[in-house]
Design a binder for this molecule. Structure first.
Ligand code: NAD
Length: 410
């Protein structure tokens, strides 16, 4: 399986060729500015102290404070957080939010912890990285196996250590503790806005446009929900256990209700069960991978029928598949744009916390809608002007923005 970091470097190299950058500048764009490793004690329920290893990779802050998630998982490693932090730099630049890229995590299996131990671990990690984070330095957010509650504990601990009253050091917090309205649906809604923007460019009519979505979790579900509301036909949906197909169209709300009572999508009325591999190959106009990375490779890229692919997962199309798409003229909208709705609303949360404001959900979604459209148009126009494949255009745009902000200046 291809490595997402290597894939991202390949994209960066393509952008660097278009921009004629020196080897030295490219090196500066690939490597994080700072990576912090911490080893910290946590008191467990039995009174014993256990030590854990955590990381924070700060890739680039030329455009603003580092921004990106914290994951608690046994698979966390220095190389993984470095890779993911660079992705955040490009995502924030494309979305044009005033942040750079960061990512971090702790090597831990949260399933082995009680709630009290999880709180102790979150607070201890916050203390361990407190020197390098802060509202104007580095603003972490939830990621795999961390959530709003973990962010609340970490922010609270940060306040105790620093004496600050600010809620802006962490985003993705609960609504009752400085969180933003609209964060839950932000990524799926942002992706739907990208669908609308593509539809406008290539004249897709919603009622005549069929969509297959891999993964009906937070992102996939909200994408499906908003697309269905707008009149698009959702012909296939899936979860980790399998997929369903209906030529007539599926109602995502009813599918989720069915999943809750039956434990899977299999057997949903008036649909047929298909495999997750087949979901990618069904006859449809728009394919939305919203689950895992590297699901579209040279093995299946030729057989994909969709004309448009909107990447909602991180890195679902590998570079070989991308070359095939480019040759075939498939419009693949890259993850650094399509799933940037989440980080954009995180920016809105930070902005509200910094100014002690509280925006309504309508306000948040309307502002997000505008930002997604502006971001899409900038990359789309560049791809037309410079005759670039869409993904390359978005990387060029992101790199240009970081360089324009002064990254390679003395
Ligand atoms: P989630 O855990 O809510 O949902 C993931 C979905 O994928 C679930 O429905 C799960 O059953 C399904 N799935 C897992 N394995 C599968 C498989 N083999 N085949 C098909 N489906 C499978 O996660 P999410 O928050 O919806 O995130 C989905 C993707 O979007 C991830 O790649 C994530 O990194 C990316 N993403 C999420 C956000 C966000 O704000 N949540 C932001 C940016 C990117």
């Amino acid at each position: 399986m291809s490595d997402p970091f290597k894939n991202s470097i390949e994209q960066l190299k393509k952008a660097s060729n278009v921009l004629n950058l020196s080897e030295e500048t490219l090196k500066g764009l690939i490597n994080p500015m700072r990576v912090v490793e911490v080893f910290f004690p946590v008191v467990m329920d039995n009174g014993e102290v256990k030590f854990f290893t955590g990381f924070r990779s700060q890739h680039n802050n030329t455009r603003g404070p580092f921004k990106g998630g914290l994951r608690f998982s046994p698979e966390v490693s220095e190389s993984e957080v470095k890779a993911l932090s660079s992705w955040m730099t490009w995502k924030c630049a494309v979305a044009d939010v005033p942040f750079g890229g960061g990512k971090g995590g702790v090597i831990v299996d949260t399933k082995t912890l009680s709630k009290g131990e999880l709180e102790n671990l979150s607070r201890a990690f916050s203390r361990a990285i407190s020197d390098v984070i802060g509202p104007e330095k580095d603003v972490p957010a939830p990621d795999m196996y961390t959530d709003g509650q973990v962010m609340e504990w970490m922010n609270d601990e940060y306040q105790k250590i620093t004496g600050s009253k600010s809620l802006a050091t962490f985003t993705g917090k609960p609504l009752s503790y400085g969180g933003s309205e609209g964060r839950t649906e932000a990524t799926g809604f942002g992706g739907f806005k990208i669908l609308e923007a593509v539809a406008e460019k290539i004249n897709l009519v919603p009622s005549e446009t069929s969509i297959a979505i891999q993964g009906v979790g937070n992102v996939g579900f909200y994408f499906a929900h908003f697309a269905k509301e707008a009149g698009y036909k959702i012909v296939a949906l899936s979860d980790s256990k399998g997929a369903i197909y209906s030529e007539k169209g599926l109602d995502p709300g009813l599918v989720m209700e069915y999943k809750k009572t039956h434990g899977s999508l299999s057997g949903f009325p008036e649909s047929k069960d298909i495999s997750n591999e087949d979901l990618l190959l069904v006859s449809c106009d728009v394919l939305v991978p919203a689950a895992l990375e590297n699901v579209i490779t040279e093995k299946n890229a030729e057989d994909i029928k969709a004309l448009v692919v909107i990447e909602m997962a991180n890195g679902p199309v590998d570079p070989k598949a991308d070359e095939i798409f480019e040759k075939r003229g498939v419009i693949a909208v890259p993850d650094i744009l399509s799933n940037s709705g989440g980080v954009t609303v995180s920016y809105f949360e930070w902005h509200q916390n910094m100014r002690n404001e509280k925006w309504s959900k309508e306000d948040v979604l309307q502002k997000l809608s505008q930002k997604m459209k502006i971001a899409f148009d900038a990359g789309w126009d560049l791809s037309i002007q410079k005759k670039l494949y869409l993904r390359t255009a978005f990387y060029v745009l992101a790199v240009e923005r970081v360089l324009e902000a002064g990254y390679n200046k003395k």
